[in-house]
Design a binder for this molecule. Sequence first.
Ligand code: AMP
Length: 423
Amino acid sequence: MAVVTRAVKGTHDLFREDLAYHRTLLNAARRWLEAAGADEIATPIFEFSEVFERGVGASSDIVQKEMFTFTDRGGRALALRPEGTAGVVRAYLEHGMKVWPQPVRLWYAGPMFRAERPQKGRQRQFHQFGYEVLGAGEPELDAEAVALSYWILRGVGLNRLSLKVGSVGDREDRERYNAYLRELLTPHTARLSEDSQRRLETNPMRILDSKAEPDRKLLEELKVRPMLDFLGPEAKAHFEAVQERLRRLNVPYEIDPTIVRGLDYYARTAWELHHELLGAQSALGGGGRYDGLAELLGGPPVPGVGWAVGVERTVLAMKAEGLSPAPEPPLDLYIVALAAELVPEALRAASRFWPELRVQYGVKPRKPGKALQEAERKGARFAGLLGPDEAASGRLTVKHLRTGEQRTLDIEEVKEWVRGGGS
Ligand code: AMP
């Protein structure tokens, strides 16, 4: 029989230190986002493929090349979610959140799936947390969203961040820009990568995001004008208002006139957060305004703005800056039976501390010296010894491992001593 002891390429088990980093980030996200009035939402990890085809955009790389799709037994086309926004907007529409006081602020965290070539910072299953503000279009909301994405990352200690803000304008602005790009690039079609030749047909703006060498070279030679030059008066005023709010909030940003995000639904504000020590895959997260998305899904117009941060990528950045995860609380007490027939009693004793205190017991009997060693190795603050006398009297002999002080006490007294930290 084949041995199945390896996870699928591009997927990873998370435990101990890595999970501690994840938890540190998610706790920071929860703290900031709930402080700002967001409700948590958990949408399914698969949806009808159409949610992403229409939401993320049929011309995006994600839908064209990176979705894990499958057909269920009823013949329905489903996909593992490659990102969180389309599902959140689908849920907003499905549950009539339009009648809630607007705007509705939602945050989420969970695994996302993209069939990309696995490499450092690029996985097939990865994790994101994100924030979406739906139902209002004021520039304060763009600035709030940008600022929160920045502050959460600063809040876990990251210093080497750069925040790039731009605007992709309104639909007519993008149409004018795409027409300009088509005219400029069509005479050079043969020099474009295969992907970009396709993009020239479907959505020329995507070409600006291309990492392919021939595309990069051509774009440089042609001195392509940036999207920002094509903003109409309304998008321009909105972009200026967002920047004014960011300055008011003391959020340091640079304008990136070339920003075009990899998802088709963005309109007006778009931003990315990069880390200076990460090299090629330096984007920790990004976001933007997506006022047209709800309509693409078949709903009424609902303005929205939001972002997502990649957890694994951010953990790489934390490690690059020498940041540690928040420490886990230590084991309070480790209980050891001094004879085999007392092990069941060790289990019972441990259970009396749960869930207030963190208590483990050994399933093998040990001599007292060995028991204390084992407790030390577990990182416990106290060791509890359970011999025949203790079992008969319902007590425990407890040693405070730092001070060496030892007492024989009943369970309630042990609780008090351990909770008091051993003083
Ligand atoms: P996007 O939805 O493409 O804007 O991605 C937002 C963030 O998610 C990126 O900046 C990355 O931090 C992270 N991310 C996207 N794709 C992957 C992937 N395949 N593996 C790991 N992280 C990813």
